[in-house]
Design a protein around this ligand. Structure first.
Ligand code: HEC
Length: 332
């Protein structure tokens, strides 16, 4: 309480904004506020006090997110921007999370980065303003079991939940989370990409349970590969090659996964390293990049619904190619 009072005293007198702050503090101190933002607005409407983030919002956000924050765009975009009224934040609804989304944008979607356009204060103000659209918006709490991806990729291994009816769980799952907020859900044995997600990374619900319960994957699914049960990618003389995990690496921008290729006679015949990244543009496409070294000629069978960039039959040797996966679950 003392601290709050001294903060008020530091400000110069006279500004409308300060008055609104004082009202908010009075509301706080008198203990009648569950939602300061909302209260400070209703208590001061008679004085026409505008939120410090409103002007920025109207100039830079309203054309896509709607003047009232309902997600109704006035310009043409290929998928809907979020309605802030419904509070549907897939990247978290703390001021910190909204500021981060606003400053870095969402790669692969029309949501642009504002880091070079707005000052840190403007970003913080506009993020606070965004939060005022929803009636009740409980702050998402970050408990200590949540793995958050900051500036470097993060890899987590554990039991992955089933991706749908009739699909298995994956006890040796590998999750790769990249700083661009895309994450990749791999079966670790055999190695195969199952699904692509976007948003927060995961929560280790398994820690309290000695690895017995599945990782809680927090991102929303952008694409599942062949409905979450993909066929092998690599073949030699028509026979599928077995994939055996060797390592993961998080030293670059994108986390990588490496594995051996084993033929029907249990012979090691090649090595693969792959990583995924979203394309930039108005549509979400994710490219799965491969570096392959093989001792024998091989064939690639592209997953249904995806596109191979390169040849599907290659001689032995070293090759790079990519498979492009389209987003199926964009928007909200
Ligand atoms: C060109 C259109 C466009 C503009 C301009 C724009 N946005 Fe967005 N924004 C989007 C789209 C589209 C999405 C949803 C992306 C997706 O599908 O995940 C989005 C998502 C968001 C989200 C993520 C919500 C979540 O899921 O967690 C936040 C926060 C956000 N925008 C804030 C802002 C702010 C603040 C501004 C202005 C400074 C702004 N946006 C300007 C198009 C736009």
């Amino acid at each position: 309480m003392l601290l709050l009072n001294s903060q008020v005293l530091v400000y110069p007198k006279g500004s409308m904004r300060r008055i609104s702050l004082i009202f908010a503090l009075i509301a706080l101190i008198s203990g009648c506020s569950d939602n300061q933002e909302q209260d400070s607005q209703t208590k001061t409407t008679s004085q026409e006090v505008v939120h410090p983030g409103q002007e920025t919002y109207m100039m830079y956000c309203a054309q896509c997110h709607g003047v009232t924050g309902d997600g109704t765009a006035t310009i043409q975009i290929d998928r809907p921007a979020r309605s802030f009224i419904d509070g549907g934040f897939s990247f978290g609804n703390t001021i910190h999370a909204i500021s981060k989304t606003t400053s870095s944008g969402i790669p692969g979607t029309p949501m642009p980065p504002f880091a070079d356009v707005l000052t840190p204060k403007e970003i913080k103000d506009v993020s606070e303003y965004v939060r005022t659209f929803a009636d009740v918006l409980p702050e998402a709490t970050l408990d200590e079991t949540e793995l958050v991806v900051h500036t470097r990729p993060v890899v987590a291994r554990g039991l992955l939940p089933s991706l749908g009816d009739g699909l298995e769980t994956h006890p040796r799952g590998v999750m790769i989370g990249n700083p661009d907020r895309f994450s990749y859900e791999y079966d670790g044995n055999p190695v195969r990409l199952l699904a692509i997600r976007q948003g927060p990374f995961l929560r280790r619900a398994d820690w309290g349970n000695r690895g017995g319960s599945a990782l809680e994957l927090l991102g929303r699914i952008v694409t599942t590969i062949e409905k979450g049960n993909p066929n092998p990618l690599f073949y030699s003389e028509g026979k599928a090659l077995r994939t055996q995990l060797t390592s993961t690496n998080v030293s670059g921008t994108y986390g990588t996964i490496s594995y051996n290729l084993i033929d029907a006679n249990e012979k090691h015949i090649g090595d693969v390293t792959e990583y995924c990244k979203p394309t930039t543009g108005v549509r979400t496409l994710v490219e799965q990049h491969f570096e392959v070294t093989l001792k024998t000629p091989f064939e690639i069978k592209t997953p249904e619904g995806s596109i191979l960039v390169g040849a599907d039959k290659l001689p032995s040797g070293r090759h790079s190619f990519k498979i492009v996966h389209a987003s199926v679950g964009g928007g909200s």
